[in-house]
Design a protein around this ligand. Structure first.
Ligand SMILES: [Zn+2]
Length: 252
């Protein structure tokens, strides 16, 4: 079974090209201006919109992190449609440890890179360390998105497709992940914090495996905060330090 992680512009199209049953996991609600989504769906979880439209999709409104990753146990192919490197390293370690196929997809306004990993080599063979980077792309041309989706399903194992070019990916015999099996990105901490373009996600480990439910939205000093019943919060600023302060004051 496929698992699609991320329901942004790319994940939306990827979901529409899968014919069998699959799961799609995403942590965001629709905002005005999101590509493919309608204005009237604003503030609804993106995965709810997709699973309402596609009968073969099961949407899970959740943050993927070391404490919630077992949500992917049912899948045998994990397709990355996220916008941040941190989550990709978690997915890479998890897929390597559990021997699942991992399809990496990086995309921006000028092009895309899709890589297909199975056991070895892995993402960490070619990019040993994660950065805290994420991509604030805005709307991506439809032609690039469609070509990236095509590559997700056609990229051969241990290859990278980048536009019209195809490269073989080599194994690094010293790779901490696929050679040494040191899965450092699967270690969780009591409070998991990650960022996107305009938000910080704070998730307590104890309930990270629970889907986001029963949200309430409030404002604090002009910053919008969404709090869920499992005490996860989305704070609408990419300033993680500031977000943690707000979280400790209001939620914890
Ligand atoms: Zn590796």
């Amino acid at each position: 079974m496929y698992a699609v992680v991320g329901a942004g512009a790319l994940g939306y199209l990827t979901a529409h090209s899968i014919r069998e049953q699959f799961i799609i996991i995403d942590r965001d609600v629709v905002e005005d201006g999101n590509q493919w989504y309608r204005k009237e769906d604003a503030s609804k979880p993106k995965v709810d919109i997709i699973s309402r439209k596609l009968k073969n999709a099961q949407g899970i409104f959740m943050d993927i992190n070391p404490a919630s990753i077992s949500v992917l146990d049912r899948a045998d192919v994990v397709i990355d449609c996220t916008d941040n490197m941190y989550t990709r390293y978690i997915l890479n370690d998890y897929c390597n440890k559990t021997r699942k196929r991992f399809i990496f997809s990086g995309i921006d306004n000028t092009g895309y890179s899709v890589m297909h990993f199975f056991r070895s080599p892995c993402l960490r063979c070619i990019m040993p360390k994660s950065s805290d980077s994420f991509f604030c792309t805005g709307n991506i041309p439809e032609s690039i998105l469609k070509r990236a989706v095509k590559a997700q399903f056609s990229c051969p194992e241990s290859y990278m497709i980048q536009g019209n070019r195809k490269f073989k990916i080599n194994k690094n015999p010293e790779c901490k992940c696929c050679a040494k099996h040191n899965y450092e990105y699967l270690k969780s901490c009591s409070l998991m914090v990650s960022r996107s373009c305009d938000s910080t996600y704070i998730i307590p480990r104890s309930s990270a495996h629970l889907a986001f439910k029963n949200k309430k939205t409030l404002m604090h000093n002009g910053i919008s905060i969404i709090i869920f019943s499992n005490k996860a919060a989305i704070i609408k600023t990419a300033d993680a330090e500031k977000s943690l302060k707000i979280y400790r004051k209001i939620v914890a």
